[in-house]
Design a protein around this ligand. Sequence first.
Ligand code: CA
Length: 226
Amino acid sequence: MRILIVEDEVHLAEALAQILRKHHYSVDAVHDGQSGLDNALSGIYDLLLLDIMLPEMDGIQILRQLREQGVRTPVIMLTAKGDTDDKIAGLDYGADDYIAKPFVTGELLARIRAALRRKGDAVVPEDGLRFADLELNMSTLKLSCKGKELKLILKESELLELLISRRQAVTSKEQIIEKLWGFDSDAEHNNVEVYISFLRKKLTFLNAGARISTIRGVGYVLEAAE
Ligand code: CA
């Protein structure tokens, strides 16, 4: 699960990032509104923690633009204590939840889990992602197909999760790198090719009714086999 923090108080953003990493989330943090919007529009995040008062563009404007452009990523607004107008505006523009600063870590983690669960409810039946005859369980990392089952490593399962969630749209190597390794990583196209080839071998082993096709110069797409 990858979370984007948009918060201009750098210390708070860093502290938050550390807490979330300790709880096994992948985290990116940015400190102004424009970077927040640009990053969030990439669509690689599973959840956004969005401060309201930000330089360049405030959290409400970011949220509004995201929803207008069809980005449905769950958003938890970070509000100043007692600022009811901000909460109402946030919820009106499609925020999933809000939490007042300063907050208790346990409460924030619970709200994150709840928002991710709600997101999961909409698209992930019984904790599994499905495509053709494949079923991927992201908690156990098990990929099953027609009664056969094997375990994926984390990066393979994140890659397959991404390809399934793209719903047969082409996914570029850049998008895969951002999702699996994050914006600041040194990961290269080779890394993507390696994991694509691992995953293809496993699909072949399972005799799956789905395959990963290469669209030359563009990226990859998961397709149902004929
Ligand atoms: Ca702020």
